[in-house]
Design a protein around this ligand. Sequence first.
Ligand code: GDP
Length: 322
Amino acid sequence: MYAETVRNVAIIAHVDHGKTTLVDQLLYQSGMFREGELDKLAGGEYGLIMDSNPIERERGITILSKNCAIQYIDADSSVYKINIVDTPGHADFGGEVERVLKMTDGVLLVVDAFEGPMPQTRFVLGKALQHGLKPILVVNKADRLDSRPDDVVNEVFDLFVDLGADDEALDFPVLFASAKEGWATKDLAKPNDNLKPVYDAIIRSVPAPKVDPDRPLQMLVTTLEYSDYVGRVAIGKVFAGRLTQAQPVTVIDKDGRHTQQKVVQLYEFERLGKKPSLTAQAGDICAVAGLDPVDIGDTIACPDEPSALPIVAIDEPTMSMT
Ligand code: GDP
């Protein structure tokens, strides 16, 4: 089933702890772990990672958009799509945090190996734990000579306890990384020269989206963007069924009002941008242009059997609000 190859993860990090650098490197290395390619990596063919010239490396860094998608091909050639969604780091964005987290099944918690966890990430992490998301701790900047990775792991552990994490949540994978140098390892005594442990932790410990491809379409609108060319663009996750290009849909707003509309352009996320797509399957995060009216919290549904997704509960996404 398609959703088995999708992972939706949120990224939580205090400013400057290395989120952009990590995503940039994850994009950069994503195709390198196919059978045989790793040998080339070890052989230095992908020179940027091995002897990272800081100026060259900086050039690769792109501003992190709110959504990005990484296609990861593992050693046995299985192809995964990892959607990474950014989370605002402040309690002021409470509603937005909840909506973003609702699309995901896991979180990458990026913490600076010198600074340790900062109070601003506490709120978002607390929400992620409440929603039962699987955390993966990335202790970044482990290359820094003044880093104190073991203390930082303990501090994060204490934070989890403080936030009321249960035993299962406390059993989170821990990776030490240098996003800047492009490596991650479970054990600093066993150095590694790539980020494979990060992709593997995402594939193994974050569950595939729990969605129902056989039910009628339900997509929950999480964010809105505006484009001069196509107008409003509604972004969100398909929880049931699938959405196709040019499809007639029923948009159900928060008050339960239905409007009959049509998808003008469908997009999927690819790397740091979007590309036109013919279908979006249950489990995937996509963008739809051409709907008006449409708002955050609306459900895009199938005209034959329109039913709204719940606004708050994340556990039973196919439950009707009425
Ligand atoms: P963000 O605000 O979380 O997106 O952080 P950035 O990715 O922009 O990184 C902030 C600063 O930390 C930049 O100067 C990066 O070059 C630096 N940085 C990021 N990752 C690492 C790392 O693993 N090691 C070191 N030493 N510096 C890093």
